[in-house]
Design a protein around this ligand. Sequence first.
Ligand code: DI6
Ligand code: FE
Length: 414
Amino acid sequence: MTDAYFPTPDLVLTGARLATFDVAHARPSGQADADALVIAEGRIAWMGYSGALPTAAMVAPRIDCAGQWITPALIDCHTHLVYAGSRAREFELRLHGASYEQIAREGGGIRATVAATRAATVDELVQQALPRLQALVDEGVMVVEIKSGYGLDTATELNMLLAARRLAQMLPVTVRTTFLGAHALPPDYAGHADDYIDLVCTQMLPAIAGQGLADAVDAFCENIGFTPAQTERVFIAARELGLPVKLHAEQLSNQGGAALVAKYGGLSADHLEHLDEAGAQAMAASGTVAVLLPGAYYFLRETHTPPIELLRRLKVPMAISTDINPGTSPFSSLLLMLNMACTLFRMTPEEALTGTTRNAARALGMGATHGTLAVGKAADLLAWNVGDLAELCYSYGTHRPVLRLRGGKRVDRL
Ligand code: DI6
Ligand code: FE
């Protein structure tokens, strides 16, 4: 075949089963009619049959995948993994009958983590978050979103985002940061939520955006969080700074948050247990991704599942994420979320895997470069030694990628 303008191949994979998660391929999980993939300049340069490799690829280093599945690297698009302290005590209180909302109202919950996080240095935040991020990386996560929101004052919010950025230099993972100043009302603003939102919009956000520390802006729109009107003020301020928005919406009750974030062209609406048809319609119209968080649903022992059937019907893209946080989802495992998405939300393995690859990339505004196997996309990919991809959703505890390539380079630590 002619190799005009073919970049010099760095690596060739052969004998693979390619689950591309690209809609261009009609077969389940986008399985390609191909068993070989050529990587050049950190990207996927070619996919096809090994018998028809481009000549330029003939002399490149080659890995025989011996029938293993290749998938895009995993993406965890909603975490709060930078924080200090532990809420194990609160877990015990809940076992003695207290509810999450009750604990929050009594100054525990998010505010307990705020106190510990304010008392920590950036170094301490990094050290405490490192094992959580390492656990994700070991499973094959190569892009992770990390939110602030446990500082609730300008200095500590900045520290959290600095810690998140520093973590990205310590492990082979891309970090996308989200400013979540409107996560909870800090105790010093009790009864003055609007004043706190003023602070978020006029001081915190400009300071954070000024240092380039946030890639997006989030809020917690809930009866124990902020009202839709307060949330909208945050979105307007974000838009003025050119930052995309997303929202913790309809987690514990229906506040109309999904429609609100859709109105601002939001990247995602997250949780969505109480999403209604109007909210889902608005998301479908704006292309806002539904980020489903089965870990929080499980840990809070919720019974109201997100309306999966409605999201399917309206073709709203569904992503799955860990929501790693000390209060409602202390689980540093995206593979565990795959299983929970299937068992608790009745999603199919293919939907769950699409939710941690293609749709998770989209939820981070990275759909053009990440989340599928396609020519031109980043060569961030994993090989799995499983007979059937559904194994990754069915059983838990033993699956680890047998090969990890990030930007086409082997990531050695497993
Ligand atoms: N919803 C959640 O589930 C987490 N944040 C949010 O807005 C909980 C955070 C926590 O309890 O620490
Ligand atoms: Fe969250």
